[in-house]
Design a protein around this ligand. Structure first.
Ligand code: F6P
Length: 541
């Protein structure tokens, strides 16, 4: 039986009414009228300090939002995911990235079969392999140890490993260099290989399907580079490993059984970095750090599964997201990590959120009549402050933001870290409270400049702090967002774990490709615009 349409629920109507009452209330007045507000809207859990008090909410808002989550059956839906039910219905699969970090937990059943022994076996093989590369036991074809690790993959097979490898660079083995090639634009592989010694280079071909055009094209080019440089096909097994669910295709590519690391169709691409897809991460930071990362994920998984909604970090973040997206009409939200190591975090979350929640049909096949996934974007602080914060402070759009920071730096250097964090705290304060006319006057602003120098404030932020950026803390942060996306998907009644929207473009590119090659002609097969674009390209070949 189809679920009641979200916007027809009484909980939705109550929120709509409440929005009307609260939309003009300022954060300034909320803080002035309640000196204990921050304590009421902070969750301290799993080593994270999540202060969501600078959001345009009251306790009543939170309880109405929780009421909505309950009416949408969130509790049962969480259990269905963890239990391995086939909640990814359009692909007929369970969604069990949580099993990948259930390393010291009980069995997880899929079709009557416990998947945990397989998960542990692959982890064990990843350990052996990564150790052998790290300690120089694994040799290239000419007997030289590996110095360069190149992950070839795209989307979830690139963004996750790349983001985590960058985020945990502090913990990396410094004589190994990590590279990531994703784009089918040959410039990326050509520029990456510049100056690298093929004898010391290992390629990790990461692809769930092992059919993705970009990855297969880059893998073929890399293979040729190795074969040409080392003058033999026999070099391939020494310089290539594969991470995939599609073992037949891996074999066809010429990668032997001992060089392949399996994962399973119940791991979504954008949720796959804790599977074999994380091999490049493990090589960089070592097995023990990788396990700490998994344990961080696991702690957040347990928290999400068991904590009451009012103290459940991913649920709270998701409810805030729904509040702004569906009631305030915000189109985007920003993720602003005040840590240079997290510079790829917004890009990673972009795929996680936008591929999961970029849907316009509900789970009963109906076109939704409400907004679903927001646009996610961001850059590390303080760089963003000198780029796009102007619009966030004084533009016409309301952009909620998550500001992420750490009490201690991994690289204590003079007073850099204090300055960094002063900026984070100051930005959250400025977004919330702005500077009114009287304050601007008191600060000496000339009357004719007042309109330009007043800050309205009332811009919502959530500040997420931890002591230090460790592998475990990173795992918790990632899992926190994964479960936020899941929760929002349940409220919006959409399938969060498919991505059919990327298919049409792939199909059409496959049709156009032969038209661009020798002897190809568009022969007016497309619309007038596409035909002319193809003609322009062909003119220069
Ligand atoms: O862009 C679509 C997508 O299927 C993503 O979901 C996925 O992460 C990416 O392509 C890569 O797919 P694969 O790992 O199969 O190469």
């Amino acid at each position: 039986m189809p679920r009641q349409i979200l916007t027809e629920m009484k909980e939705w109507a109550a929120l709509k009414k409440h929005y009307g009452e609260i939309k003009d209330v300022t954060l300034k007045s909320m803080f002035e009228s309640d000196g204990r507000r921050a304590g009421k809207f902070t969750v301290d859990c799993c080593g994270l300090h999540v202060d969501y008090s600078k959001n345009r909410i009251t306790e009543h808002t939170v309880s109405l939002l929780i009421g909505l989550a309950e009416a949408c059956g969130l509790k049962d839906e969480i259990e269905r995911m963890f239990r391995g039910e086939k909640i990814n219905a359009t692909e007929g699969r369970p969604v069990l990235h949580t099993a990948l970090r259930n390393i010291d937990g009980g069995p997880v059943m899929v079709d009557g079969h416990d998947v945990m022994p397989g998960v542990r076996a692959v982890l064990g093989r990843m350990r052996e392999f990564s150790d052998s590369v790290r300690n120089g036991v694994w040799k290239g074809y000419t007997g030289r140890p590996i110095k360069n690790i190149i992950n070839i993959g795209i989307g979830g097979s690139d963004l996750g490993p790349c983001m985590v490898t960058e985020a945990l660079k502090f913990y990396s083995q410094r004589d190994l260099r990590s590279f990531f090639i994703s784009n089918v634009d040959g410039t990326q592989i050509v520029e990456t290989l510049q100056g690298l010694d093929p004898e010391e280079t290992l390629f990790i071909v990461a692809s769930k399907t092992f059919t993705t055009q970009e990855t297969m094209t880059n893998a073929a080019t890399a293979r040729q580079w190795i074969v040409d440089a080392l003058s033999s096909d026999k070099a391939v097994p020494f310089h290539f490993v594969a991470l995939s669910t599609n073992l037949d295709e891996v074999k066809k590519f010429g990668i032997s059984d001992e060089n392949k690391f399996e994962f399973w169709d119940w791991v979504g691409g954008r949720y796959s970095l804790t599977s074999a897809i994380g091999l490049s991460i493990m090589i960089s930071i070592g097995y023990d750090n990788f396990i700490s990362l998994l344990k961080g994920f696991q702690e957040m998984d347990n928290h999400f599964r068991t904590a009451p909604f009012e103290g459940n970090i991913p649920v709270i973040l998701a409810l805030l997201g729904v509040w702004y997206n569906n009631f305030f009409g915000c189109e985007t939200y920003a993720v602003l990590p005040y840590d240079q190591y997290l510079h790829r975090f917004p890009a990673y979350l972009q795929q996680g959120d936008m591929e999961s929640s970029g849907k316009c049909v509900d789970r009963s096949g109906r076109r939704v009549n409400y907004q679903t996934g927001p646009i996610v974007w961001g850059e590390p602080g303080t760089n963003g402050q000198h780029a796009f914060y102007q619009l966030m402070h004084q533009g016409t759009k309301l952009i909620p933001a998550d500001l992420i920071g750490f009490a201690r730096s991994l690289n204590e250097t003079g007073d850099h870290h204090r300055k960094l964090m002063a900026n984070l705290f100051a930005q959250a304060e400025a977004f919330a409270f702005g500077r009114d006319d009287a304050e601007a006057r008191a600060a000496g602003v000339a009357p004719d400049l007042l309109p330009y120098k007043v800050f309205e404030g009332n811009r919502p932020t959530t500040v997420i702090l931890a002591e230090r950026l460790t592998p475990a803390v990173l795992g918790k942060l990632i899992a926190m967002y994964e479960h936020k996306f899941f929760t929002q998907g349940i409220i919006w009644d959409i399938y969060s774990f498919d991505q059919w929207g990327v298919e049409l473009g792939k199909e059409l590119a496959g049709r156009i490709l032969p038209e661009l090659g020798p002897g190809g002609t568009s022969d007016l097969k497309h619309d007038d615009s596409t035909n002319r674009l193809i003609d322009f390209f062909r003119r220069y070949q």
